[in-house]
Design a protein around this ligand. Structure first.
Ligand code: PDD
Length: 281
């Protein structure tokens, strides 16, 4: 992989930041990831929108505009030589001089990198569906109040993952403050019931893949809504799938050790998966 740091393109192994950076010390950072497939970026504009919105909300400034950032990302991919890449742009508060507690003193730090594409689900899991456990951990929306700021805060999600591993599952879903299903480590979740789709509305990152599913549903004449999804409703679904830049649309066929419907990847999920990858051509 290749990183961009302090105006230079570097091999990943040389891209290092100070332990005093507030991104590390306080999770005071925002980021966005976008994927490259067959050498082409997928919905880069939407990822840049979200990233620049996050910067504004966090009052961070970088010496680059949208076009500059797009150029940097393209350069990282070109230099890395990867045709399928996972590309990240990020900005941390930076390190404050003399250990000041005033974030205004810090010089914000923009970085980017391109590494080989890594999916939430491997090829076998995409075929048979993921085995998921629902953890009782509660998603604290990043930046405490605004889940639309994409932030590295994952304590709740990582604890949920360990709950899932302890129970023999492959990944986790965690809850919102009301005990409904929220999201998982790096993905949103959809329920299909009687041909209708629903996905949690609150306490989740408004994912760009999630939005792409809404776009696909509109094109295909399928009804999709953002609304509370209870644990019971998810388990009683006809089909369940999760969505992420890291893997697209990925089927779930088992929750807490019990199959979803007949335990096979459903027809709506398969159709949306095919359409999703067609959008990349
Ligand atoms: N994560 N929820 C969380 C907590 C996420 O971190 C992500 C993405 C998503 C899905 O959003 P999108 O469809 O825009 O990728 C939902 C990125 C891929 C990551 O883990 O780096």
């Amino acid at each position: 992989g290749i990183a961009f740091l302090d105006g230079q393109y570097l091999p990943m192994s040389q891209a290092k930041v100070s332990v005093l950076d507030w991104g590390f010390l306080h999770s005071d950072a925002t980021y966005d990831t976008v994927h490259v497939w067959n050498g082409r970026f997928f919905r880069l504009d939407l990822h840049l929108d979200r990233f620049f919105r996050g910067l504004e909300k966090l009052r961070m400034t970088i010496p680059f505009d949208r076009d500059d950032v797009a150029d940097i990302l393209h350069n990282c991919v070109a230099l890395s030589g990867h045709r399928a890449a996972y590309v990240e742009m990020l900005c941390t508060r930076g390190a404050s001089p003399s250990f000041s507690r005033d974030p205004r003193q810090a010089i914000n730090r923009f970085m980017a990198f391109a590494v080989p594409f890594g999916s939430v689900a491997n090829a076998e899991q995409l075929q048979r569906g993921l085995r998921v456990a629902i953890s009782d951990k509660v998603r604290i929306p990043p930046a405490s109040v605004d889940p639309s700021i994409k932030n590295y805060h994952w304590l709740d999600l990582v604890r949920g993952l360990y709950d899932a591993y302890d129970r023999g599952a492959e990944t986790a879903l965690i809850l919102d403050f009301n005990g409904n299903v929220a999201e998982g480590p790096g993905f949103n979740v959809f329920r299909v019931k009687d041909g209708k789709l629903s996905t949690p509305a609150i306490g989740v990152l408004p994912g760009i893949t999630r939005r792409t599913v809404f776009d696909l549903c509109a094109e295909e004449g399928l009804v999709a809504v953002a609304a509370d999804v209870s644990v019971a409703a998810l388990k009683a679904a006809d089909e369940v799938f999760v969505t992420s830049t890291a893997g697209g649309i990925m089927p779930v066929t088992e929750i807490d050790g019990a199959p979803i419907a007949d335990g096979k990847v459903g027809s709506v999920t398969s159709r949306l998966m095919a359409l999703y990858w067609q959008k990349h051509d």
